[in-house]
Design a protein around this ligand. Structure first.
Ligand SMILES: Nc1nc2c(ncn2[C@@H]2O[C@H](COP(=O)(O)OP(=O)(O)OP(=O)(O)O)[C@@H](O)[C@H]2O)c(=O)[nH]1
Ligand SMILES: [Mg+2]
Length: 380
C-alpha cells in the first residue's frame, strides 16, 4: 500500500520530460541519448505532455540544474500546467526535494524511471526479489528527503507529530520488507549455486549473450535456438535470464543464456541487486557481446558494458558481435571503425544468412573446446 505512493506517474498527471546533456556525459550523439531517454519513458508507458532539453556546463549541488536553467524550467512548467517532471539524470534526494519545492511539481529521476521498468519486467522470483531490494533502498533515501512534505501534510491538520510518526512507520515497513526479501533472495541464490555446480561438473559449455539494452540479444537467442524469447523495440524487454540448449549443425555445443541489457548510468542499487544473476557471467565459457552497429553511440555502449563487467569481475572470453548490419549503408566503411574490438564479427538477425558468421564462429569455437581438455573442473 505504501509502495503506490512512490510510483512515478499516474496517467492523469501532466508530465514534463527533461533531457539533460550533463558535463559528465561523454556521448558524441546527444540526440540519440535523448531518444534513449524518451524510449525509457515509452517503455514505462509514459507519454510526456511536454519535453525540454538542455546542455549544462556545471552541475548545481542543490538543484542539479543551474539558476538560468531553473527559470527556463519554471516557465515551461507554468506554460504547460505541469504536475510531474522526470529528469534524464540521477538526482540526489536533496536535489529532488529542492526542485519539488521550487517548481511545485513531483520530481523523479533516471534511477526511479529505470527501477520502475525493471519492476514491471521482472517475472522470476529471483528477478522480482532483486528489483524489490533495489526499489526499497531507493525509497528509503527518498523517504528521508520527503520528510518535510510528510510533516507539512500533517501540519495541515495542525499537528506536526503524526508526520514524523508516518515517516518512521514507513521507514520501519521498508526495513522489514527489505529484510524479508533479502532472506528470500538468499534461498533462491542457493538453488542457483547448486544448479551451477551441477552444470559445471557435467562439462556442458555455457555461452552468455550480453550487451547494451536493445542491441538485439534476444533476437540473436531466438535466431540461434529457434525459440521465442520476447524481442521488441523497448528497453529492458529482458530482465530474467532465459537459458536454452544450443545446437550448431545438429550438435549440442552447450547452453545459451540471454541476460538483462545494460544502460548508461545504470542505478548502482540495481547492479548491486543483480550481482547474483550477473555473477553467472563469471562462469561463462564464452560471452557474446551483442552491439547495435546502427546506433551512432555504439562505441560508448561498448564502454558501458566493459565498465559494468569490470565492476562484476567478469573476465570470461568475449566475442564482439556487431548486429543490425542490414541498417548500415556501408559495412566496409563501418568495419574500419571496429578494428580494436577483437575478435569480432558482423551479423543481422533479419537478413537471410545474416547469422552465418556467428554460426561458423561457434562451430569453430566448439571444435577448439573439444581439442583442449578443461583444466579447472570443480573439486566438489
Ligand atoms: N534491423 C534490425 N533490427 C533488429 C536486428 N536484431 C534485432 N532487431 C530489433 O531490435 C529491437 C531490439 O531487439 P531485442 O532482441 O529485443 O534486443 P535486446 O538486446 O534483447 O533488448 P533488451 O532485452 O531490451 O535489453 C527489436 O525491435 C528487434 O526486432 C537486426 O539484425 N536488424
Ligand atoms: Mg532482450
Amino acid at each position: 500500500m505504501a509502495k503506490k505512493e512512490f510510483y512515478v506517474t499516474s496517467e492523469q498527471s501532466r508530465l514534463l520530460a527533461v533531457g539533460i546533456h550533463a558535463p559528465y556525459n561523454k556521448t558524441s550523439h546527444i540526440e540519440s541519448y535523448y531518444e534513449e531517454f524518451l524510449n525509457l519513458l515509452r517503455t514505462n508507458g509514459l507519454t510526456p505532455n511536454a519535453t525540454h532539453f538542455m546542455k549544462l556546463r556545471d552541475i548545481d549541488k542543490s538543484y542539479f540544474v543551474t539558476q538560468g536553467k531553473l527559470h527556463e524550467l519554471q516557465k515551461v512548467c507554468e506554460e504547460h500546467n505541469i504536475e510531474e517532471i522526470v529528469f534524464s539524470e540521477p538526482l540526489t534526494p536533496q536535489q529532488e526535494r529542492n526542485l519539488e519545492d521550487l517548481l511545485h511539481c513531483r520530481v523523479f529521476d533516471r534511477t526511479r524511471l529505470i527501477l520502475e521498468i525493471f519492476e514491471k519486467h521482472a517475472h522470476s522470483a529471483e528477478g522480482k526479489a532483486q528489483v524489490a531490494i533495489a526499489m526499497l533502498k531507493h525509497q528509503k533515501t527518498r523517504l528521508a528527503g520527503k520528510g518535510v512534505h510528510l510533516s507539512q501534510q500533517a501540519g495541515k491538520i495542525g499537528n506536526k507529530g503524526p508526520g514524523e510518526t508516518q515517516k518512521e512507520k514507513q521507514a520501519r515497513l521498508i526495513e522489514s520488507t527489505m529484510h524479508r526479501t533479502k532472506r528470500q533472495l538468499e534461498q533462491l541464490q542457493k538453488v542457483r549455486a547448486t544448479q551451477r555446480k551441477t552444470r559445471i561438473s557435467s562439462g556442458i559449455s555455457h555461452i552468455c549473450l550480453i550487451g547494451y539494452t536493445n542491441a538485439g540479444k534476444s533476437s540473436v537467442m531466438n535466431a540461434l535456438t529457434k525459440s521465442d524469447v520476447l524481442a521488441e523495440d523497448k528497453l529492458f524487454a529482458t530482465l530474467d535470464t532465459t537459458t536454452r540448449a544450443l545446437f550448431i549443425h545438429s550438435t549440442k555445443i552447450g547452453v545459451l543464456s540471454d541476460t538483462v541489457g545494460f544502460i548508461q548510468n545504470l542505478p548502482h542499487n540495481l547492479i548491486e541487486a543483480f550481482k547474483s544473476t550477473l555473477a553467472e557471467l563469471q562462469y561463462a565459457d564464452l560471452l557474446l557481446h551483442v552491439i547495435d552497429a546502427s546506433d551512432p553511440n555504439w562505441e560508448l555502449h561498448v564502454k558501458v558494458v566493459h565498465d559494468i563487467l569490470q565492476e562484476l569481475d567478469v573476465t570470461s572470453p568475449m566475442v564482439y558481435v556487431f548486429n543490425k548490419i542490414d541498417k548500415l549503408s556501408n559495412v566496409d566503411e563501418f568495419a574500419l571503425t571496429t578494428e580494436r574490438y577483437q575478435p569480432h564479427l558482423f551479423i543481422s538477425t533479419v537478413l537471410t544468412d545474416g547469422m552465418q558468421p556467428l554460426i561458423d564462429h561457434l562451430h569453430q569455437w566448439h571444435n577448439q573446446q573439444k581439442a583442449t581438455p578443461t583444466e579447472d573442473m570443480p573439486s566438489s
